[in-house]
Design a binder for this molecule. Structure first.
Ligand SMILES: C[S@@+](CC[C@H](N)C(=O)[O-])C[C@H]1O[C@@H](n2cnc3c(N)ncnc32)[C@H](O)[C@@H]1O
Length: 334
């Protein structure tokens, strides 16, 4: 069986991993239990919601790229659909924009919905921009958006940042946003990004760091949930606090002229409500997350429900808000 689910179900990814692990460039850590648990205990209102979208009969993202990274956050939640799509080059790539010029070629690794990639493509037009992502679903979505905008200098392809399908020295600029913290071998991704960068080219990476959240109201249940989220992240793949090691990782990879800054993504008012409700409603409904938390003894169902209620209550508060810390680094290939 070889199925990839849009929710990055651990069972489905596991099947793919088992098929590919003998030649995986970035092998993800797997939770101890990766099969479906058909009898998962859930309270009313917490039924798992799973969607599969027919990858089984065609070449999958995993097939094409041999990618074995498991992206812990899935693609179906409101967070992905709403929050990721709201990201813009002007904000999330502001640290890189001063380094971009018209006519440059640019690669966006792990482009997701492509909302940032589109802004980057505008910055380098008529230079060519390529966005790659392991998710075929995300690539389809990105292609549709670019086509609606009638952008001719942008291309989206399924691909793996740990095994890029481009020759050495191909791009003037290489970017990635909120991707490396999900990888078990970010150094390999950085080496690949560096390989495809032209000498003198600029690399720009921005990642979130879970050690830097601001949450208002600072209620214990909300904070405890973030700690739980972080613990769970470790059991899937990557490092939720990798971002703070980004300067060192780029420096050790041999990139020169490092420039380091940090900034927040702020969720206030409507944005905050969407985020809070997503955390409370969507995340808790993800079967894999609940399964891992329960089977790993990280929290009881009752505790999870209390946290969910706290997030929903916070969403009703007019002045509730959350800020997510990010580290951003640029460097040059010698
Ligand atoms: C948090 S999303 C960020 C998407 C986009 N960069 C943004 O900021 O909106 C992480 C993305 O990385 C992709 N991803 C995870 N592992 C990857 C890999 N090994 N190669 C390429 N993309 C990967 C996921 O499919 C997902 O779309």
């Amino acid at each position: 069986m070889h199925i990839v689910g849009r929710t990055t179900s651990s069972a489905c990814i596991a099947n793919s991993l088992l098929l590919h692990q003998h030649h995986t460039p970035c092998l993800a850590k797997m939770p101890p239990s990766v099969g479906w648990i058909a009898t998962l205990r859930l309270t009313p209102g917490l039924e798992p919601v799973m969607h599969f979208d027919g990858y089984a009969t065609k070449e999958t993202a995993m097939d094409k790229s041999n990618a074995a990274e498991q992206y812990a956050h899935g693609y179906d939640s409101a967070l992905t659909l709403v929050q990721h799509a709201r990201r813009r080059a002007e904000k999330q790539a502001a640290f890189l924009l001063p380094h971009l010029r018209s006519g440059m070629s640019l690669l966006d690794c792990g482009c997701g919905s492509g909302s940032i990639t589109i802004g980057l493509a505008r910055a380098v037009a008529p230079g060519k921009t390529v966005g790659i992502d392991v998710s075929g679903v995300e690539i389809e979505r990105a292609r549709a958006d670019a086509s609606n905008l009638e952008m001719s200098n942008i291309l989206f392809e399924v691909g793996n940042v740990c095994a890029l399908d481009f020759p050495d020295n191909s791009f003037d600029a290489v970017f990635s946003h909120n991707v490396l913290e999900h990888l078990n071998d970010p150094a390999r991704a950085i080496a690949e990004m560096q390989r495809v960068l032209k000498p003198g080219g600029v690399i720009g990476i921005r990642d979130a760091d879970m050690g830097g959240y601001l949450v208002q109201p600072p209620e214990k249940l909300l904070i405890d949930f973030l700690a739980l989220y972080e613990s769970d992240w470790h059991t899937v793949s990557g490092d939720p606090r990798f971002a703070r090691r980004l300067p060192q990782a780029l420096g050790e990879a041999g990139l020169a002229d490092l420039r380091v800054s940090a900034s927040y993504d702020v969720y206030f008012a409507e944005n905050a409500r969407t985020l809070f409700v997503d955390v409370a409603a969507a995340r808790y409904r993800e079967k894999d997350f609940v399964e891992r938390v329960l089977s790993g003894g990280m929290a009881s169902l009752e505790r999870l429900e209390a946290m969910r209620t706290a997030w929903l209550a916070a969403a009703q508060q007019r002045f509730a808000w959350v800020a997510v810390a990010h580290v951003e680094v640029t460097g040059r290939k010698a």
